[in-house]
Design a protein around this ligand. Structure first.
Ligand code: BDP
Length: 327
């Protein structure tokens, strides 16, 4: 017994010493789905550089761009498990693991982009972070992802009737399936990396995304009608696994958090410019871009999506109302 106890105590002391060492030096592995010149990628590199500099090289970060470490739904699970350390995630595909994030996946919920910034940097962002943290993901800052609109290879969309029968790829989340079905389209959840080929071969007719993503991975080449429905404004997190976070000293945590926030400021600025240049680029590439004169009919169709969501998640009604009723 005594022997056993001593052995355990020695082991525990050893483990503590090891934890203390890892708290001082770590190379974090970071997941990113975007091409290297994307606003998010540039901002993530700035984040990594600031962390390395301010920690005197104790914490460094290797960022894997272009989704080479796998699809977003898989990467979310990897961060939760601590197998991946850092990531820039859109909150859309996080809904299956973190119910609170689903609130920002409700169509037309944010009244505007400035309102989204204010809400995410305040009470709504705090409520969503708390939900994420319970599931092993710590949100450090929020990136802009603009507004998502439909694109397809068949026809421009001006009213819900134009969506009828279109096969559209959506991000992995039943809410987006419900959204497309409420417009009488057919939704196919699919990984981002498979969309180009799927449109090209006619597996789907189109998809929906913001201008920078529509342009950066060439979806516009195979789906030349881009209709500015702007039905989803879904923010993105720069996040870290609670495992990697817990292994840091409080000083290191402060540095990491500040650097992530600084990178979000940079990302938001770069985003505005990239959105404008992406739209110009796709037009030059032969895309017909149309605005929607009246989004009302699209919004009305979403009442079924809201009703279903609130019925299944009554505890999230306050958060829904906080966002929906913001100025
Ligand atoms: C982009 C997001 C990215 C998503 C992608 C998608 O930045 O995180 O994976 O859309 O549609 O806008 O899957």
């Amino acid at each position: 017994m005594t022997y056993n106890f001593t052995l355990k105590a020695t082991f525990a002391a050893g483990a503590l010493a090891l934890a203390a060492t890892t708290a001082q030096a770590a190379e974090l592995r970071a997941w990113n789905i975007h091409v290297e010149d994307y606003p998010n990628s540039i901002a993530l590199e700035s984040f990594a550089a600031e962390v390395a500099e301010k920690t005197g090289g104790e914490i460094t970060m290797k960022i894997f761009h272009n989704g080479v470490l796998g699809s977003q739904p898989d990467a979310i699970e990897q961060v939760r498990l601590g197998a991946l350390d850092v990531a820039n995630f859109n909150l859309g595909p996080m809904g299956t693991s973190v119910p609170e994030t689903n609130v920002v996946s409700l169509p037309f919920i944010f009244p505007s982009i400035p309102a989204m910034y204010k809400l995410m940097d305040g009470e709504a962002g705090d409520a969503i972070s708390a939900g994420m943290e319970k599931k092993g993901i710590k949100a450090l800052a929020w990136y802009d992802s603009g507004a998502r609109s439909f694109y397809n290879s068949i026809r421009p969309i001006n009213s819900p009737a134009d969506v009828e029968g279109l096969k559209l790829r959506v991000m992995n989340n039943d809410l987006f399936v419900g959204m497309v079905e409420a417009l009488d389209g057919n939704a196919t959840p699919m990984a981002f990396g498979e969309v180009y080929q799927s449109i090209k071969t006619g597996v789907v007719d189109g998809a929906e995304n913001n201008p920078p993503s529509y342009e950066s991975v060439s979806h516009y080449e195979v789906a030349q009608f881009y209709s500015l429905t702007e039905h989803l404004i879904i923010p993105e997190c720069v996040c870290i696994s609670t495992k990697a976070w817990g292994a840091m000293t409080p000083e290191q945590q402060e540095i990491v958090k500040t650097a992530a926030r600084n990178s979000a400021e940079q990302q938001r600025e770069l985003w505005q410019a990239r959105e404008a240049s992406a739209l110009e680029a796709v037009k030059a590439g032969g895309v017909t871009v149309n605005t929607i004169a009246d989004k009302g009919p699209f919004q009305e169709r979403m009442s079924a999506v809201y009703d279903g969501f609130l019925e299944a998640n009554p505890d999230l009604a306050d958060l829904v109302n906080l966002i929906r009723n913001a100025e």
